[in-house]
Ligand binder design. Structure first.
Ligand code: PLP
Length: 366
């Protein structure tokens, strides 16, 4: 029986093996381990690809959120609004700044932040909003920006799962004050270790973020403020430089795979298929279906060699680390429903039509 993996990084990297080896060797030859020319090249290329003026590379997508929020001024006494479903990075970094995490619910269909719930969560202490382009589907940025403008709030787009996703042809990451990216190996653009970046069009914000990420100074020994150590290393940058030009093609392949799933599963009533807003072009970091009998479906697929994952088994408001907030399912009904029903099917650029057909048949036979 063929195993259909959830993702296959060996297959993903195989065609680039020689180029990646050469790139790694060039870092060693130049002893360019921390920042250096490979990092400069990556920052310039990422600006070009995303259309932003500034890219501040850093160690990972979690620290990217922390750096951006510190530069935006989040701190004790402030509240920052985060959607109920995301990876823990989106909320834990709010607390790390000293600010308080305030959750709002997600939309029932597209699973991104719900503007109505967001508006209800705003208090006089609210300073910012972190919309997450969850699973690669854009958050409703136009509505969010309107709300933010009305209340004088900053917006930081968590774009960890949504490199190159678009709303009406405009790339996500271009709406808020800044956008954070993860290059965790399994992301749509992944390094071979941890890596991340923040993009912005605001030169002063870019300067502050770069300074904070590099011990508070842009020149050695010149510490204008106390910062942290969060630098993209030369190896990861060199690998990302090899991979970056392929991202648009990989994105198209993900979109084609998702379209095939959606076409072939149309009319299958046992699972709810992911919805797409009419103005959005998702990039399908994950393909998430919903069913009340998730464990049974996962076992059925496992028996047929198909790997699945749950992203994520507990919505943020219900994690033990937030038990002090006494959140109830009634407060965040859509986040709660998603945590109990979501199941991510295999999706990656190299997934074949035959593999998708196998997954579709397995779903139909369930
Ligand atoms: C939505 C979201 N935000 C932030 C992160 C953090 O990225 P990293 O793993 O690079 O720290 C991730 C990735 O895991 C993510 O999925």
């Amino acid at each position: 029986m063929e195993t259909i993996p959830f993702n296959d990084l060996n297959q993903h990297h195989e065609p680039l093996r020689d180029e990646i080896n050469i790139a790694i060797q060039s870092v060693i030859d130049a002893s360019a381990y921390i920042r250096g020319p490979h990092v400069d090249q990556f920052e310039a290329a990422f600006c070009e690809l995303t259309g932003r003026d500034h890219t501040v590379s850093c160690s990972d997508g979690t620290t990217a959120l922390y750096i951006a929020m510190r530069a935006l001024g989040a701190g004790p006494g402030d509240e920052v609004i985060v959607p109920g479903m995301s990876w823990i990075s989106t909320s834990e970094t709010v607390s790390q700044t000293g600010a308080t995490v305030k959750f709002c619910d997600i939309k029932a269909d597209t699973h991104v932040i719900d503007p109505a719930s967001l508006e209800q969560a705003i208090t006089p202490r609210t300073v910012g909003i972190i919309p997450v382009h969850l699973y690669g589907h854009p958050a409703p940025m136009r509505q969010i920006m309107k709300i933010a403008e009305n209340h004088g709030l900053w917006v930081l787009e968590d774009t960890a799962q949504a490199h190159l996703a678009k709303i009406d042809g405009r790339m996500v990451g271009s709406f808020g004050s800044a956008a954070t990216y993860s290059f965790y190996p399994g992301k749509n653009l992944g390094a071979m270790g941890d890596a991340g970046a923040i993009t912005t069009d605001d030169p002063e914000l870019a300067r502050k973020m770069a300074m904070f990420a590099r011990h508070g100074g842009l020149k050695k020994g010149d510490h204008q403020i106390e910062g942290i150590n969060s630098r993209l290393d030369g190896m990861q940058a060199a690998i990302l430089n090899v991979k970056l030009p392929h991202l648009p093609r990989w994105t198209k392949l993900r979109q084609q795979a998702a379209a095939r799933y959606l076409d072939n599963l149309n009319g299958v009533n046992s699972v709810k298929l992911p919805a797409v807003s009419t103005d959005c072009e998702p990039v399908w970091h994950l393909f998430v279906v919903k069913t009340k009998n998730r464990d049974d479906l996962a076992a059925h697929l496992r028996d047929r060699g198909i790997q699945t994952i749950i992203n994520y088994p507990r919505a943020l408001p219900f994690l033990p680390c937030y038990s002090g907030q006494n959140n109830t399912p009634e407060d965040f009904p859509n986040s709660y429903e998603l945590q109990n029903t979501c199941l991510s099917l295999p999706i990656f650029p190299e997934i074949t039509d035959a593999q998708i057909a196998t997954v579709v048949d397995a779903l139909k036979s369930w």
